[in-house]
Structure formats: structure tokens, C-alpha cells
Ligand binder design. Sequence first.
Ligand SMILES: Nc1nc2c(ncn2[C@@H]2O[C@H](COP(=O)(O)OP(=O)(O)O)[C@@H](O)[C@H]2O)c(=O)[nH]1
Ligand SMILES: *[C@@H]1O[C@H](CO)[C@@H](O)[C@H](O)[C@H]1NC(C)=O
Ligand SMILES: *[C@@H]1O[C@H](CO)[C@@H](O)[C@H](O)[C@H]1NC(C)=O
Ligand SMILES: [Mg+2]
Length: 241
Amino acid sequence: MPSNGHKYSILLPTYNERDNLPIIIWLIVKYMKVSGYDYEVIVIDDGSPDGTLDVAKDLQKIYGEDIIVLRPRAGKLGLGTAYIHGIKHATGDFVIILDADLSHHPKFIPEFIKLQESGDYDIVSGTRYAGNGGVYGWDFKRKLISRGANYLSQVLLRPNASDLTGSFRLYKKPVLEKCISSCVSKGYVFQMEMLVRARQHNFTIAEVPITFVDRIYGTSKLGGTEIIQFAKNLLYLFATT
Ligand SMILES: Nc1nc2c(ncn2[C@@H]2O[C@H](COP(=O)(O)OP(=O)(O)O)[C@@H](O)[C@H]2O)c(=O)[nH]1
Ligand SMILES: *[C@@H]1O[C@H](CO)[C@@H](O)[C@H](O)[C@H]1NC(C)=O
Ligand SMILES: *[C@@H]1O[C@H](CO)[C@@H](O)[C@H](O)[C@H]1NC(C)=O
Ligand SMILES: [Mg+2]
């Protein structure tokens, strides 16, 4: 199948994802190859103590330097700035963001791309909370927190999307740059603010239902402090937008 004339930069932020990285990259390559799209995978590792970067270097040797691009940073500086760092090095006209922990299955990427093309959308957002979307492997508490955060954000911010806290998305690169430059928050509220900013700029958003599967290898970085931070930032956004 021929390329569609576009290039997709896939950003993979990693922190201690040694066990997940070979599988997620294998899956990305598999699904991008069958679809025939032009792409690159940008791995942004923040000095993971588990040696994720060494694994990434091995993968680069296997798949090539044009497919696997390494843009590491020396220390754990957080997800928000990891995206900004990755975008600076992206050579595609579209940017796809997904977690490296296998919660987001790369099989959905061709669906994101086809939907984007069908309506020339500015953003395609994966959603766990519409259509056939769903969450697997979370305990009741985690589900409740996620649902609650999403519901509260819906009520307070009224954006035009059903999954505000998810991070599996495709953006036109200039759209992503514009949304990020108007974003004030970091951490978990960042994904949500991105869509709030998108609405303010009148960008169009389409949605693909996705199944989110909890990570098997490694640990989540979500804790009590993140939840409190999330609530604070949410209220801040509510008050200022
Ligand atoms: N580069 C970088 N990646 C991070 C950082 N924190 C988390 N990640 C990555 O971001 C993705 C989501 O993180 P995760 O801990 O799974 O969040 P959760 O799914 O909300 O629990 C994963 O691919 C992590 O490896 C960070 O500070 N820097
Ligand atoms: C909200 O989304 C719907 C369908 O996705 C679209 O028709 C509508 O124009 C959007 N509204 C705004 C304000 O973006
Ligand atoms: C977005 O659309 C609304 C309603 O059509 C309009 O009033 C507003 O100026 C637009 N904002 C931008 C940034 O274009
Ligand atoms: Mg995760």
C-alpha cells in the first residue's frame, strides 16, 4: 500500500519501560508497515534507572535510525515537558502520542489516521468512554478515580470530547504546538487542558473508541500527590477558562 503523502511522528515518553519498549515498538512497526504510512518513533527517555535507553539503542539497531529516533533527557522532568521535547524533534506533519506501557494498543493508530483523513480533523482522540471503548485491568478504586476525574472535568470545563484524561491522540503538528503553547498545567491535568485549549481555538476533534489495558510490567506513576495536584489544576482551569 502506498503512503498517503503525510508523515507521522509517534512520540513515546518512557520512564522505566525496559520490558514494554520492545513489544510496543514491534507492534507500532507491524501496524504502520501494513498500512504503508511514512512514520518515525521518537523515544523520549528520562534517564530511566532500569536501562530503558540501552534497550532503545538496541531497537534502533534493529529497525534503523530513520524509524527509531532517540531524544533522551538526563533526568525525570515529567510527561508534559517530555512531549514538548519530542515535538521539537518531530519531522512529521502529524504527531501521535501514546503511552509506552502497552495500555494503548498500536492497532488503533491506522484507525486514528483514517478517521483524521475522512474529515480533515485537527485532533483525533482515543476514548474509553464512548462506543466500544473501555478499561481493563483496573481495580474499582482506580476506575472510580478516573471516571470521577473525567466526569468532574466534563461538568466544569464542558469540552467537546468524551475522554479528557486519556493520552492516546493524533494531532496535526501545528495544532499540537498551538495547544501546548497555551497550556499552563503539567502532570495529569495536562491531557485535559490540551482539549480545553483545542476547544478555545475552535479546533475540530474526532474520537476513536479504544480499549485501555492496565500495564502488566512496571508500575504506574499515579499516587495521592498526583490526585491532589489534578484537583487543584482542574479548579484553576475552571476559574480561568
Ligand atoms: N519521559 C518521561 N516519560 C514518563 C514520565 N512519567 C511517565 N512517563 C511515561 O508516560 C507514560 C504514562 O505513564 P504511566 O506511569 O503509565 O501513567 P498512568 O498510565 O497514568 O499510570 C508511560 O509510557 C511512562 O513510561 C516522565 O517523567 N518522563
Ligand atoms: C462538537 O463535536 C461535534 C461532533 O464531533 C461537532 O459536530 C461540533 O461542531 C463540535 N462543536 C464544537 C464547539 O467544536
Ligand atoms: C471560535 O468560534 C466562535 C463561535 O463561532 C467565535 O466566536 C470565536 O471567535 C472563535 N475563536 C477563534 C479563536 O477563532
Ligand atoms: Mg500507564
